[in-house]
Design a protein around this ligand. Sequence first.
Ligand code: FES
Length: 175
Amino acid sequence: MTVTMSGAEGTDWKGPRGRLTKELLTHTIPNLSSRRVHLCGPPSMMEATKAILTELGVAPGQVKTEVFGATKPKPSAAGTSSKPTAPATGPLVTFSKNSKSAKIHVDQSILELSEELAIGIEFSCRVGTCGVCKVKMTSGEVEMAVEDALEPDDKVNGIILACQAKPKDDVAVEA
Ligand code: FES
């Protein structure tokens, strides 16, 4: 068995690091193109891996997939969304690509607010480990209880995990 770990910085992990690559797959799996492949994970990982497998000559019919839990939230029909009852009084969050802004409720994450507004930020684990909900923050400040899915480069580039991000100040994100 081969295990590769992304976000291994700061750990004593001695094995391969980073996401699945063409090189890792060809190096560790002989005759890959003639095998059946089972993929399980968040959508972004699955799409990237399927593209690699295609490049390596694995026919689509040989690839079985199982997405864990990730779906785009469907916009709620008018009047049917379950909004918290108290008016929001927290910092203002702006979703710049959707041209929508709203104040956040106490202890609400940016992902939860985005769902109220039908923004469509993708997610999977909702606990800060998969990275599916990454979005770029262009202004403001957030705190995140768990940020395991963030690479050092992400932090430098203002990427946050929407499922964990609680605004400390007015915030704008590219979503
Ligand atoms: S949904 Fe997995 S890190 Fe946010």
